[in-house]
Design a protein around this ligand. Structure first.
Ligand SMILES: [Zn+2]
Length: 284
């Protein structure tokens, strides 16, 4: 899974960590055993055993030989179809589900436009699980859920999503029960954090990702890792107070940036009430 550090788990055993390191290294393409040892910082003698384990789980396979002079080096690659991951997204007006294989290839995707706040938490999660089942070819090894709000990532709880009117929602547990997967297999994170992480996969190790729409948020990546801050809300610029006598924000405070710069505020500033720009059918 692309999402990391979303739960305080027991440290992985050295073998599990090595298996994960091999899989991560192979995401870049086929490698020889010598290359894997060097990339993963593990002894070359340990690589065959790890590959046998992964091949037995259907996660890697042989991929020809490395061209060149001398003794040929056999290559190994990810067996993409060996496992599935599920990415789910909850937005104020849209639910979506994407299934990928282990190599990150999109297998199927579905989305629907819906007023999620009107559905409420339980029915919203029912609807999202329904989309998930439509795209999944089998049991997923991991599920990541993007939510537009403040997430206590250690507890995998959505503390507040003002756009959804959800508070202290145990998203991971609710989805795990619906998909019949362990709660530990479900990661929940803020949409801007996941946007920042996705951008960093293209090679930018340090970046700030600013998201603007129904809500305003931000995600910080430093050295390739999401920076969460002491309380887990680092980068959440949407709730910085910018106007001490401004509007009341859905978070309960006054004059947050979100009240000035979210989609509704921009539309209000751009056109008077009654202007066709406000027509929801336009999908602005
Ligand atoms: Zn606020």
């Amino acid at each position: 899974m692309a999402v990391t550090g979303t739960r305080r788990a027991e440290p992985a055993s050295p073998r599990t960590a090595n298996l994960a390191a091999v899989l991560r290294a192979l995401r870049g393409g086929p490698l020889s055993r010598t290359q894997l040892a060097a990339r993963c910082g593990i002894a070359k003698s340990a690589v065959p055993g790890l590959l046998t384990d992964l091949a037995g789980r259907g996660l890697v396979r042989a991929a020809g030989v490395l061209p060149g002079n001398g003794r040929p080096s056999r290559l190994v690659e990810l067996h993409g179809e060996g496992a599935y991951a599920l990415a789910l997204s909850i937005e104020a007006d849209r639910l979506s589900a994407v299934a990928t294989d282990l190599a990150g290839r999109v297998l199927a995707e579905r989305a629907e436009t819906v007023d999620v706040a009107a559905l409420g938490l339980q029915r919203g999660m029912d609807e999202l699980a329904h989309l998930a089942r439509e795209v999944l070819p089998g049991a997923p090894v991991g599920v990541a859920i993007s939510v537009p709000g403040l997430v206590d990532s250690a507890a995998a709880v959505l503390r507040l999503a003002s756009a959804l009117r959800w508070r202290d929602a145990e998203i991971a547990g609710l989805m795990a029960a619906r998909l019949n997967v362990p709660a530990e297999a479900v990661a929940v994170d803020n949409d801007a954090n996941l946007g920042a992480l996705a951008e960093s996969l293209d090679g930018a190790e340090d970046l700030f990702y600013l998201s603007g729409g129904t809500t305003v948020g931000g995600g910080l990546v430093s050295a390739g890792t999401i920076l969460r801050g002491a309380r887990g809300f680092a980068g959440e610029v949407g709730h910085i107070a910018v106007d001490p006598v401004g509007e009341r924000c859905a978070c309960g405070r006054t004059g947050c940036l979100e009240t000035k710069a979210n989609l509704a505020a921009v539309l209000r500033a751009a056109a008077p009430p009654g202007d066709p720009l406000h027509d929801p059918a336009l999908g602005v």
